[in-house]
Design a protein around this ligand. Structure first.
Ligand SMILES: CC(C)(COP(=O)(O)OP(=O)(O)OC[C@H]1O[C@@H](n2cnc3c(N)ncnc32)[C@H](O)[C@@H]1OP(=O)(O)O)[C@@H](O)C(=O)NCCC(=O)NCCS
Length: 195
């Protein structure tokens, strides 16, 4: 699983279309990003090393880098490699409160999520993930949605435990997160399936 800056080649992809906008809860929307999100994205997520520590992009040093990141996300939409959504409040849709990336891998969707630093601890991660865990496997082409959280990422692991997806176990030395370490890290796999 990986996206955008790292441009992972997906295998056979059965999942070919996801909607541009979704409503996971009363207060939140998921919407396709635009290049106009660059300033917000940079200010709240892109420049923060704490946000990027366990993600596969390096913290951005300028709005231009964030704009380029969003351009790659949009390119990935066009090529159906990955579908990135801005997480926003319904009553403040321009504020980038976070992003979630859904990556088709055959019959599975990989999920990578982050919340903008000023928006931590508002329950957004739990709200979005809980909804996606129901929405995705209800689609006929999706059998599985999953995410891999480094064991050392206590915030993400704790949040996912609260969400209530199945904890499948720990995969040893699964992936390198260059912002954290050059050694591959152990990751907890959380999933929801259609059965
Ligand atoms: C992990 C992350 C997504 C959590 O997002 P969030 O919207 O702040 O999480 P929520 O508000 O939904 O929190 C849910 C629960 O997770 C746990 N949690 C969240 N942040 C935590 C932290 N820093 N330390 C310990 N527990 C934490 C708490 O139990 C929290 O419930 P509470 O606020 O009622 O105590 C967010 O910290 C983030 O974006 N981190 C950087 C990116 C990242 O690591 N993404 C995951 C990649 S594997």
């Amino acid at each position: 699983m990986g996206v955008s800056n790292t441009r992972v080649i997906a295998g056979e992809r059965l999942i070919r279309y996801l909607p541009d906008q979704m409503e996971p809860s009363e207060r939140l929307i998921l919407r396709k990003p635009t290049l106009d999100d660059a300033e917000e994205f940079f200010a709240n997520s892109g420049r923060h090393a704490t946000v990027a520590r366990h993600l596969d992009w390096q913290p951005h040093t300028s709005v231009g880098e964030s704009r380029n990141f969003l351009r790659i996300c949009l390119d990935d939409w066009d090529q159906e490699i990955a579908f990135s959504y801005v997480i926003a409040q319904k009553d403040a849709p321009q504020h980038v409160a976070g992003m979630v990336q859904l990556i088709p891998e055959g019959h599975s969707l990989g999920m990578i999520l982050w919340i903008s630093q000023p928006d931590w601890r508002h329950g957004y991660a739990i709200e979005v993930t809980r909804w996606l865990g129901k929405w995705a496997p209800a689609r006929p082409e999706v059998w599985r949605i999953y995410t891999a959280c480094p064991v050392e990422n206590v915030a993400a692991v704790t949040a996912m435990q609260k969400v209530g997806w199945t904890t499948e176990g720990v995969l040893r030395r699964l992936r390198v997160f260059l912002n954290a370490s050059s050694d591959p890290l152990d990751c907890v796999i959380f999933s929801r399936t259609s059965d």
